[in-house]
Design a protein around this ligand. Sequence first.
Ligand code: 6GU
Length: 250
Amino acid sequence: MNFTVLTIFPELIQPFFFHGIIGKAIENSILSASTMDIRDFAKGKHRVTDDRPYGGGCGMVMKPEPLAGAIRAAKEKTPQSSVIHLTPQGRPFSQKVARELAVLDGMILVCGRYEGVDERVCQGLIDDEISIGDYVLTGGELAALVVIEAVARLVPGALGGDQSAEKDTFEDGLIEHAHYTRPDEFEGDKVPGVLLSGNHAEIEKWRLESSLKRTFLKRPDLFKEKKLSKQEKEILEKWREQIRQIIERG
Ligand code: 6GU
């Protein structure tokens, strides 16, 4: 998978290519990543990339020529890549969208700035538009990094051997179970005994219960989209029985 980020702030993006999972995966040639400075495709001494909006109004609009030049140059380098515009008007990003993007050959991530991008570039050269949530950022750079981070860890081989994306929160429609590490007692608070038992079947059962409990308490909305397994139904039915008994006693 190749990531090419088109931006007027390449120095904001580049450090992320040298650290953590993305850095490792690039080192191991599982991913490749680069930036292209949109300003390099702007004409004139001042290399201007924005201009006032036709029709008046406040704010500035990203000029079409430099951006189109940058997109075409990126396409030439990686012709199989999809061109993705980061914009609050795009489709909402999610783990599902990340999985969909993870099978692409490459992504050319277009970071707009100012109030927006000239509509003719959006219509002619963009394959997909993505938003990372219903709030406004001044530019697409942070959104591009969010998308890269979420997609990169899904590319086969990007996570180290003992790590896996399958157990992540959202992958099975639930929040992840609680995690503990040493010491086994912290400020009087003990690690649940079953996790120290070495009984793997019991540990898996505890983890699934923990996931269901946390999802019910923190993100009950996730159950609307969730298809319950037989084991998950059994756990919820056990709770129903326990809650029924509590109510009847009261
Ligand atoms: Cl992708 N870009 C900008 N500029 N603002 C956003 C966004 C993207 N997603 C949410 N807000």
